[in-house]
Design a protein. Structure first.
Length: 308
């Protein structure tokens, strides 16, 4: 049951791991939103609100306006279904789920229950990406894309590099092209065991039209953090580099690079605020969820290509 009104929105949080804690600190800095409870089995957590060891007990403790799901990806399907069945809108950490079939079944369930689910493909909410799309709109379809992200770690037992890092880049490329790729290729560039666990760097190629490709490199074996997106329109090219001082630059036909001013709002804060706006307006827009299903389907195709 929703409590939406003109006052403060109260959200629940399922999962208080690394990304869940990011949500906690983000919400503390967003006006008009507060945490009602956290559901996580770790008793060592010191949350700023009541803590429950399971989501059912949390839901029964207090009705909330929305719920944020930051549990491990293999738990997302059950967590989302529980919230949607209770009539609660959901913001879920990427990836939506770990298979195309599960994603399609979940989408059908949400639609049948008139629910709302938004996936936190964080970089889609980056102010620099929003500005890039705005400036690129009159230029037509991109001719080529290069995207990549990585760092040293994290090394996860139950989530591969493809499903941990890949959703960001696949989401950016599919969103920019407005469709899923015709073909996908994927290969492992490097794989090794570290003291923290197994790591790998991957290369992915998505072909959207003959001669129009997106090349992606991701991994958890990079010694320095990286996160960039390059979009080439021929006469103009945009580079969004989240590590650089000038996060968004444009290259003109003369070959000159010029910085583009963007807002400095953190992408996760923008994602939370977008979700809050959807909750306040009682949105039932299924498009964000359908897009997330597309992303999962492309990742699944990449996974198959890696195995082959």
């Amino acid at each position: 049951m929703s409590l939406v009104g003109v006052g403060v929105l109260r959200f629940g949080l399922i999962g208080a791991g690394r990304w869940g804690r990011n949500f906690v600190s983000t919400i503390e800095g967003v006006n008009g939103i507060e945490l009602a409870w956290i559901a996580d089995p770790n008793p060592a957590i010191a949350p700023p609100c009541p803590l429950f060891d399971n989501r059912r007990a949390a839901f029964q403790s207090e009705a909330v306006d929305g719920v944020i799901v930051a549990s491990p990806p293999h738990c997302h399907d059950d967590d989302i279904r529980e919230a949607v069945a209770r009539g609660v809108p959901v913001l879920v950490e990427k990836p939506l789920v770990l298979s195309g079939r599960t994603a399609r079944d979940l989408s059908a369930f949400v639609e049948a229950h008139n629910g709302y689910v938004l996936v936190d493909h964080t970089h889609l909410f980056h102010p620099g990406y929003a500005k890039l799309k705005e400036m690129a709109a009159p230029l037509g379809s991109p001719l080529a894309l290069q995207s990549g992200g990585g760092n040293w770690g994290p090394f996860r037992e139950k989530t591969s590099v493809l499903w941990d890092w890949g959703p960001h880049d696949v989401a950016l490329c599919v969103d920019l092209m407005g469709k899923s790729p015709l073909t996908v290729k994927a290969r492992c560039l490097e794989k090794k065991e570290t003291p923290e666990g197994w790591g790998e760097n991957l290369a992915v190629e998505l072909t959207f039209e003959p001669g129009v490709r997106a090349t992606i490199e991701i991994g958890n074996l990079y010694r320095q953090k990286r996160r960039s997106l390059q979009v080439d329109f021929g006469d103009q090219m945009f580079l969004l580099d989240d590590i650089a001082a000038d996060k968004l630059v444009r290259r003109t036909g003369a070959g000159k690079f010029e910085p583009v001013a963007i807002a400095d709002d953190p992408p996760l804060s923008c994602a939370v605020q977008a979700f809050a706006e959807a909750v306040r307006t009682n949105s039932k827009d299924i498009a964000p969820l359908k897009f997330a299903v597309q992303v999962v389907e492309v990742l699944e195709r990449c996974q198959t290509a890696l195995i082959e």
